[in-house]
Ligand binder design. Sequence first.
Ligand SMILES: Nc1ncnc2c1ncn2[C@@H]1O[C@H](COP(=O)(O)OP(=O)(O)OP(=O)(O)O)[C@@H](O)[C@H]1O
Ligand SMILES: [Mg+2]
Length: 421
Amino acid sequence: MAKREHLIGLLLGAEEDWPTAFEQLLQLVGPITDDKGIVHELRSERLSIEPFNLRQPVRTELVIDRLAHWYYHPREWLKKAALMDDTYLLNSPFTFQSMEKHSAYCALMRLGLKVPDTVLVPYKHPVDNVRWAYTAAKYNQPFDLKAIAGELGYPLYMKPFDGGGWRGVSRVDDERALERAYDASGEMLMHLQATVDYDVFARALSIGPETMVMDFRPEQPMHSRYAVSHDFLSPSAGKQAAAISRIVNAMFGWEFNSAEMLVTGDEVYPIDYANACPDVAVTSLHYYFPWAIKALLRWSAYVLVTGRRSRVDLELHRYFEVADRDDLDAEAKLDAYLAIADEHFETERYWDWCDQHLPHMDRVVLDWVDSPAFETMLEATVRSSYPAPEHDMFLAHFRGLLDLWVRDERARLDGPVRGSR
Ligand SMILES: Nc1ncnc2c1ncn2[C@@H]1O[C@H](COP(=O)(O)OP(=O)(O)OP(=O)(O)O)[C@@H](O)[C@H]1O
Ligand SMILES: [Mg+2]
């Protein structure tokens, strides 16, 4: 019997929980036989940071990256791997430049989606550069910040064009607060954005063609930001939230990303669509953690076994051609964008392939989350994430949520209708 081996590289920061889950599940899932009868063995390895010759061949066929968005040495290694060895990347550094809020806003506006009104203002304190004084004197036009804010209306949000992690975000209620926030922005480049009065905050985590839309409560502490609630959006808003996430990921070539939307009734307002390194910690995802690791594994296996090629070119024009059509309404356009996104992710083929080649996956993940090995991982994560007096409380909290997942998942798999979608 012919055999093929594949190596998945994990490029990591401080996290231990999801890599442990990924490694153990990869072993438990075992070899995968493709349509031609070839047996594929998948292995993973945590990558280290070392000098590399640009001509040195790369052993890893696929890399899940959680580091290169802020650490440049491995970023340059990833670029080399993509260009010289066709290494498949979740995510590719070639998409990092567009991986900020601003580009996603522009693309989504062009698609006709409801991005809140947003204005980019020049730096309060321009970058330190000898050429600046001349350029400023000649080209930096005076502008009326208060008039811009007045047009957007109060309250509004001032936040960095490329922000993340609440850095520099402020809610501005009046002109005094506006001045204070702009003075404090210093060398950050800021958007002013109209406020959306929303009922629910939907956060969607996407891995390849898979998307989980979750009920997010940004005002809560990290461990209870995700509520376990299944039908918290109207059918139309739920469809839009999942579709928009897949569309924007396909457009920019993002494979592993999380998206934030403010929702009122059937209206979905995207506010943040570019999180290159989405949080997948068990201590924040809890109930949704098994799904996330399963999707990471399932998509990686699909990519490697079917030999899916990585792409660094974008085909934005295909989406914009739909956007520019006059004969389609908003819903028809969304369906047309989704069709292009699904072609990009091979969505239908992916799910058929999973049914055929990974029929045991759901059970493997369920049994593992219900096993002592998972308990050990959870305990270690809680011990390293919280102070000692809080260990018991948080262990009980996460154990409760994951027990709930185990019960729901068991009911789903043993119930009359089976399926992983
Ligand atoms: N236009 C808006 N209307 C209403 N609320 C907003 C708006 N923009 C931002 N917010 C609020 O501010 C929070 C932070 O904004 P945003 O997500 O854009 O910044 P961030 O730096 O990416 O933060 P995070 O890492 O928490 O996502 C949001 O979770 C939301 O509660
Ligand atoms: Mg955000």
